[in-house]
Design a protein around this ligand. Structure first.
Ligand SMILES: *Cc1c(COP(=O)(O)O)cnc(C)c1O
Length: 394
């Protein structure tokens, strides 16, 4: 009998679009003893987790919980609960994830209108006003941090317009949460979902979600059952609320991991955490600019945790990413869809957003581009990273 050897994964520096590096304390939490999903100890952990999720989402929403599944399960959960077959939904598409939301909405039976923007750009309030005048949707869906393009979508003003039109606002915050401010109550977001493996520094496996009371009232007015049994929030509410009715077996150890990851974010403080993401983004940007690499997303709307940069002409995309991984142990992301072969996506998310990582990735790219061009690396990229970091301290 041939039994495979034990798993012994290589140590990587995860600087792609997710997963990001997992903090050692989070890894340790995963390995703690499993208890039952109705064990009083576990129920206490769930309550604490919920309370921490509310703090990170900046909301008082009672319906705040973690869906068993990755970020896409959060997307399905929010859409399938808000949409009954035949309902109108407006989806803003300026990259892969807006496109995925539109696909999910169609599968849920929504009558979907797409409003589009070129990749790398964000939506303006006028774009949304015009689309709302034409389509009268029940729900408007928009991606706050479009991981495929690096574009950072402002939400607050759009929320006002969506509510004036009598619609509910659904926000994808999979990459945003933990990296940039997300204000669920102040911005009146009705439904929001995230994932654990982007800026929360956890392995993939849970999807934090939150629903406003307006969203819960809309769900309460449904004429038909939620199309998905597994993702029905009213059933999940009976487990996460006081009744503690068994629904499905919770991923106990992932809950431990997310609990520890949220503790890390709150210990650091949300504002300090956002400032760290911003500082390392500026340092990366300075280092890459010095070696002739520009950003792909619209100026003024570039995400700090997902840096989409244009691959210099003549550079072999796949060869560089292969060498980064094999020689330096660094993973970065390639481009998706319209950006395939044209863009690298360098993630500085959660525990991956560290000064040492910025220095390493800029130095490694500088080295590889030098070798490809038959010249010695000069170190100007690394020097610019150092200058940026120093100037931000001063
Ligand atoms: C990663 C991501 C998703 C999908 O999350 P998975 O965990 O891969 O299912 C959805 N939206 C955005 C913006 C993402 O970055």
């Amino acid at each position: 009998m041939n039994v495979p050897s034990p798993i012994n994964p290589p140590l990587r520096m995860l600087l792609g679009p997710g997963p990001s590096d997992v903090h050692p304390r989070v890894r340790a939490a995963l390995a703690l003893p499993t208890v039952g999903h109705l064990d009083p100890y576990y129920l206490r952990i769930m309550n604490e987790l919920q309370q921490m999720l509310r703090q990170v989402f900046r909301t008082e929403n009672s319906m705040t919980l973690a869906i068993s599944g990755t970020g896409s399960a959060g997307m399905e959960a929010t859409v399938v609960n808000l949409i009954e077959p035949g309902d109108a939904m407006l989806v803003c598409v300026n990259g892969v994830f807006g496109g995925r939301m539109a696909d999910v909405a169609v599968r849920c039976g929504a009558n979907v209108t797409r409003v589009e923007r070129p990749w790398g750009e964000v939506f303006t309030t006028d774009d949304i006003k015009q689309a709302l005048a034409k389509s009268k949707p029940k729900v408007v869906g928009i991606v706050m941090a479009e991981t495929s393009t690096g574009a950072w979508q402002p939400i607050e003003e759009i929320s006002r317009i969506v509510h004036e039109a009598g619609a509910l606002l659904l926000v994808d915050a999979v990459t945003a949460l933990g990296g940039v401010p997300v204000e669920v109550d102040a911005w009146q977001i009705d439904a929001i979902y995230s994932g654990t493996q982007k800026c929360l520094g956890c392995p993939p496996g849970l999807a934090p979600v939150s629903f406003s009371s307006q969203a819960m009232e809309a769900i309460g007015r449904r004429r038909t059952k939620v199309q998905s049994w597994y993702l029905d929030v009213s059933l999940l509410a009976s487990y996460w609320g006081q009744e503690r009715v068994y629904h499905h077996t919770a991923p106990i150890n992932m809950t431990y991991a997310l609990h520890e990851a949220l503790r890390l974010v709150l210990e650091e403080g949300l504002d300090a955490c956002f400032a760290r993401h911003h500082r390392n983004h500026l340092a990366l940007k300075a280092g890459l600019a010095a070696i002739g690499i520009d950003f792909a997303a619209q100026e003024g709307h570039q995400l700090p945790m997902l840096n989409a940069v244009t691959i210099p002409p003549g550079v072999d995309d796949k060869a560089v990413r292969k060498s980064l991984l094999e020689r330096f142990g660094i993973e970065i992301g390639g481009g998706l869809g319209a950006y395939s072969g044209k863009v690298w996506r360098i993630g500085l998310m959660g525990h991956s957003s560290r000064e040492a990582n910025v220095l390493a990735v800029v130095a490694a790219i500088e080295q590889l581009l030098g070798e490809a061009g038959g010249t010695a690396a000069t170190g100007v990229g690394v020097a610019s990273v150092c200058q940026s970091l120093s100037s931000q301290i001063a």
